[in-house]
Design a protein around this ligand. Structure first.
Ligand code: SME
Length: 312
């Protein structure tokens, strides 16, 4: 155990705290106010947006299990790092994003993640990086808010919390099991079981029947029976392979060449799986019985989840 503390401002602290509570290696969280100009502020005072405080979660974590870089990359999953003083519909300097540290030795790790995220965003970030000047706990009412009020306000999509917990638990479950099919099987089971999709499965790049080319062949899945083989460029699956990128289809009936394994499928997402050398080797295909089930949140989390398939 290597207990550390970091203070992260990620918009409304109800959602940010709940997010960190889903992640393995987090030892404790508390909502509060950081880097402001008064002492012992109340929520009401901070809400006036004149105190300089940012809604900030104090996070205690086990750095052996959850290194700071990994924790910060997860933090970036729940913020728009280029948005100044606004996250979701919440606006004001109290909703600014920030990384506030108490130990100078953490700065290189913070700067490394910051630079990577800035390169990913392709524009300067609005996330503050500063030493923690002060932090005051928020009132009890603001602690553990979404656990106590599951239908309460949250600026984050609720599936974010399901994905965060799933990612943490799946990583633990897969451990160092070397067999890829076994890893895929439990990945499918966990996604399908937690998010209740219509069909969840992998297609794997394998030799075609002639032995001269390659095609996608059905791998571990849950849901109704499905097509065995799909050629490159065919359907949503073959398109994701040809493009080597995630394809989100809000209405499969509008997608030219969609392959209807099940007539009940209405929307779909297909996410490439790469081996440790970066080769496209398989894909995760998920179907929904509802229209427009998948969006950016699903895309980003599923892209992280499939990185667990091949041991790095
Ligand atoms: N609909 C896919 C085929 C696979 S099934 O959804 C399981 C496609 O168009 O490629």
């Amino acid at each position: 155990m290597n207990k550390k503390t970091i203070y992260l401002a990620g918009g409304c602290f109800w959602g940010a705290e709940h997010f960190f509570q889903q992640i393995g290696g987090i030892l404790g969280t508390r909502t509060g106010f950081a880097n402001g100009n008064t002492e012992n502020p109340t929520y009401k005072e901070v809400y006036t947006d004149t105190t300089g405080f940012a809604e900030t979660v104090r996070i205690e974590y086990d750095a052996d299990r959850m290194p700071l870089e990994k924790l910060l990359n997860l933090f970036f999953m729940i913020i728009d790092p280029t948005s100044l003083n606004k996250q979701g519909e919440d606006e004001g300097t109290r909703y600014r994003t920030g990384i506030y540290y108490t130990d100078e030795a953490e700065l290189p790790a913070i700067q490394k993640v910051y630079a990577e995220q800035e390169a990913k965003a392709g524009e300067p970030l609005s996330v503050e990086v500063e030493p923690l000047r002060n932090w005051y706990s928020a009132e009890d009412y603001h602690q553990d808010y979404l656990n106590r009020n599951p239908t309460g306000y949250c600026h984050l999509p609720l599936k974010t919390f399901v994905y965060a917990k799933l990612l943490s638990e799946l990583e633990l479950l897969l451990g160092d099991e070397p067999d890829v099919i076994a890893r895929m099987s439990n990945t499918v089971a966990m996604i399908h079981g937690r998010l209740h999709f219509w069909w969840t499965g992998f297609y794997i790049v394998k030799p075609d029947m002639s032995g001269e080319g390659e095609e996608l062949v059905l791998g571990p899945f849950q849901g109704p029976e499905a097509c065995f083989r799909i050629r490159k460029g065919r359907g949503v699956c073959g398109t994701a392979w040809a493009r080597n990128e995630t394809v989100v289809v809000p209405d499969v009936h509008e997608f030219p060449g969609h392959i209807a394994c099940s007539s009940l499928s209405q929307s779909e997402i297909v996410v490439p799986v790469h081996d440790k050398d970066g080769n496209f080797v398989a894909e995760l295909d998920i179907d929904s019985k509802d229209l427009a089930t998948f969006d950016r949140t699903d895309k980003e989390w599923l892209e992280l989840i499939v990185k667990l398939i091949y041991l790095q």
